[in-house]
Design a protein around this ligand. Structure first.
Ligand SMILES: *Cc1c(COP(=O)(O)O)cnc(C)c1O
Length: 390
């Protein structure tokens, strides 16, 4: 064998069956081979276990799929390369021309774009209500055949809480599927509800360190299996190396999430007492209008705190720029704290009524609380509030 051949056929290493690595290796291989054509055909007919092509299945992804579906209390999971691709792929797989979708004003921007623009192009109609409009939701589901409702809880950025029991029971009675983007609440929340599909951006709490992107679609096997048929050929695959990093991030998921929630409560109590802060949006505060609902639905209250400053764009930007421990950046769920000033939250596409429902105004600032010491965070917020109003 010449060296030019050898580099393409490196020596195989066999690990004995009774000799296991404690951390599963990264199967950074696109292709997997069987001994012969017959076994390959048996695999393709689903008559034997194995792997063939990593866009469809890969052992590193399989471990993460098993972990995430168990945590969410379901039995199947599909991984993709980003959170938004779970939204686009799920909606395309679940909807067809002539269907109607229930969407919410408080939904993540790209979700609204996908439903309004992308599905719209393919003849899927939608109605957009406020997540707080319980009578409107009930009436719509009773009167209008609706394929699915896609929603979030807590919502971004002002942490409204969806009444999940209300929504799922009305949807089930109407034959409408429910899709919950559960990114903010995490894998340990909302599993007890009658939700058909959970979506997660793994870029946030799962990876946890702000260095890798991914997405998960979780649900019961029959439904996810049917979706897999359509989503596979769309090809939004997660790379095995990214899956490995996310799997590693999951080892500290509960520690991080619990500590970040504890920090978020301390920070929100501090901000609530500050004279320059008109309102704090954090479901863990007893003053949050849906605190009781959040307490009933969730094991904790999340790591995102939004505030209404006693000022506008100018004070919001000065506040964000004066913070030393909070970086001005998108995303949530990293170990370091982040801030979004009002200019970056304020959406230009709402009608006046929708804007009022969104509760995002010119003084709204979103904070994503990290793992820093809580007194350092509060001291930093205090000095930045002083600078913002001087
Ligand atoms: C970030 C986020 C997404 C998108 O995830 P990416 O991994 O950034 O594509 C979707 N939904 C929610 C609620 C998010 O916060």
């Amino acid at each position: 064998m010449k060296n030019t051949t050898l580099v393409n056929h490196p020596p195989a290493v066999e690990v004995p069956k009774d000799n296991r690595p404690l951390v599963a290796p990264i199967y950074q291989s696109v292709k997997f081979s069987f001994d012969d054509t017959d076994e390959t055909l048996r695999y393709q007919r689903a008559e034997r276990a194995g792997f063939f092509y990593s866009r469809t299945s890969n052992p590193t992804l399989a471990q993460l799929q098993g972990l995430l579906s168990k945590l969410q209390g379901r039995d199947d999971c599909l991984l993709t390369g980003s959170g938004v691709s779970t939204i686009a792929a799920s909606l395309l797989a679940l909807c067809k021309a002539g269907d109607h979708v229930l969407l919410f004003v408080e939904s993540y921007g790209p979700t609204r774009y996908i439903v309004q623009r992308l599905l719209g192009k393919f003849g899927v109609a939608h109605t957009m209500l406020s997540i707080e409009d319980l009578p409107g939701i009930e009436q719509l589901l009773e009167e209008k055949p609706t394929r699915l409702a896609i929603f979030e809880s807590p919502t971004n950025p002002v942490t409204k809480i969806a009444d999940i029991e209300h929504l799922t029971s009305k949807a089930r009675a109407a034959g409408c599927l429910t899709v919950l983007d559960n990114t903010f609440a995490g894998f340990h929340n909302h599993g007890q509800y009658d939700i058909d599909v959970y979506l997660h951006s793994l870029t946030k709490y799962a990876s946890g360190h702000g260095d890798v992107m991914g997405g998960a679609i979780i649900g019961r096997h029959e439904l996810i299996g049917a979706m897999r048929k359509d989503i596979g050929p769309m090809g939004p695959a997660l790379d095995p190396h990214a899956a490995f990093l996310i799997q590693r991030g999951m080892r500290t998921y509960f520690l991080r999430y619990e500590r970040q929630c504890a920090n978020a409560l301390i920070v929100s109590e501090f901000l609530q007492a500050h004279p320059r802060v008109k309102r704090v949006h954090y479901p863990g505060l007893s003053t949050h209008p849906q605190h009781a609902l959040a307490r009933r639905q969730m094991k904790d209250f999340g790591t995102v705190v939004s505030i209404e400053l006693d000022g506008g764009f100018r004070e919001g930007a000065r506040f964000a720029e004066s913070l030393e421990l909070f970086s001005i950046a998108a995303s949530v769920g990293s170990t370091e704290s982040l801030v979004m000033p009002p200019q970056l939250l304020y959406s230009g596409e709402y009608t006046a009524e929708q804007r009022a429902q969104s509760l995002v105004g010119k003084g709204t600032v979103r904070l994503s609380i990290g793992l820093e010491d809580e007194s350092d965070l509060n001291n930093d917020l205090a000095q930045a509030l002083t600078k913002a109003f001087n």
